[in-house]
Ligand binder design. Structure first.
Ligand SMILES: NC(=O)c1ccc[n+]([C@@H]2O[C@H](COP(=O)([O-])OP(=O)(O)OC[C@H]3O[C@@H](n4cnc5c(N)ncnc54)[C@H](OP(=O)(O)O)[C@@H]3O)[C@@H](O)[C@H]2O)c1
Length: 257
């Protein structure tokens, strides 16, 4: 129960890494506000977390909208009275080069992957300052530290997440607020089978994914959402009490080569 008596907001917890983190946070005793646009999936996550014995509220929210970010924080404070942990997880994966990226894709990527991280942090920090404690974990990517081809808007956004993490860590280090990022390598989530790796790309089967990953990832496989969740728990918990401004790569060795 490493997160017992902690109140956490997890953005984009309707599927994938966010959902896995919500369930693992519940295992560790955290009370939760979970968000996303797909309310049926969100309600399921809410119920699964409650079944584990914690309090959990799903808030339907589009984090690219300022008013929805505000509403999520308002609900958390109304329901639980404080916010100990913010996991800025909601994001989209967009492809393209500098030439082929449209204005629309550029803006959509920034709105959710960058601006939402800033807005949510800006909203919770005053409360964390008042409490004298808090942990923010941002979901970056191995592409927060190295680039990849044909993923220009996404790489740009995750690079920004890395530097927002470090900048906020410095600004709030004396306020008891730690700010870190988990940086997953390729992690197999249901979205890959439903919609493909990038927005608008072809779905992949588990077999195709396993074959591809064994070629280029030193550990020979993609990550599992629960493995990313475990790193988030560590960064969010008091076990990481002297860690701030850190980008924790969880990538099967991909960026070591
Ligand atoms: N899987 C990987 O290989 C990998 C690697 C590195 C980093 N990441 C990062 O991990 C995070 C989660 O992605 P995932 O791989 O777990 O994929 P996913 O299953 O597609 O999860 C994305 C989550 O973000 C939410 N979301 C997206 N846009 C949103 C918006 N405008 N407002 C509110 N919620 C929104 C989605 O919820 P709704 O659709 O219900 O709104 C969903 O819950 C992302 O930040 C991604 O960049 C993933």
């Amino acid at each position: 129960m490493r997160l017992q008596n902690k109140i956490a907001i997890i953005t984009g917890a309707t599927s994938g890494i966010g959902k896995a983190t919500a369930l693992r946070f519940a295992d560790e005793g955290a009370d939760l506000v979970v968000t996303g646009r797909r309310s049926t999936l969100g309600k399921t996550v809410e119920a699964e977390c409650r079944d584990k014995g914690v309090r959990c509220v799903f808030v339907e929210a589009d984090h690219s909208k300022a008013e929805d970010c505000q509403r999520v924080v308002d609900v958390a404070l109304k329901e639980f009275g404080c916010i100990d942990i913010l996991f800025n997880n909601a994001g989209i994966v967009t492809k393209g080069t500098a030439e082929t990226t449209s204005e629309e894709t550029w803006q959509a990527t920034i709105n959710i992957n960058v601006t939402a991280v800033w807005r949510m942090s800006k909203l919770v920090i005053p409360h964390m300052k008042q409490q004298g404690r808090g942990a923010i974990v941002n979901n970056g990517s191995d592409w927060s530290v190295v680039a990849g081809k044909d993923a220009f808007p996404y790489v740009m956004s995750k690079g920004a997440v890395g530097m927002m993490t470090k900048a906020m860590a410095l600004d709030y280090a004396r306020d008891g607020i730690r700010v870190n990022a988990v940086c997953p390598g390729d992690t197999f989530v249901d979205r890959w089978m439903e919609k493909g790796y990038f927005e608008g790309s072809d779905p992949v089967t588990l077999e195709e994914a396993m074959k591809e990953s064994s070629d280029y990832i030193p550990m020979g496989r993609f990550g599992k959402p629960e493995e990313i969740a475990n790193a988030v728990i560590f960064l969010a918990s008091d076990e990481a009490s002297f860690i701030t401004g850190h980008l924790l790569l969880v990538d099967g060795g991909n960026t070591a080569q």
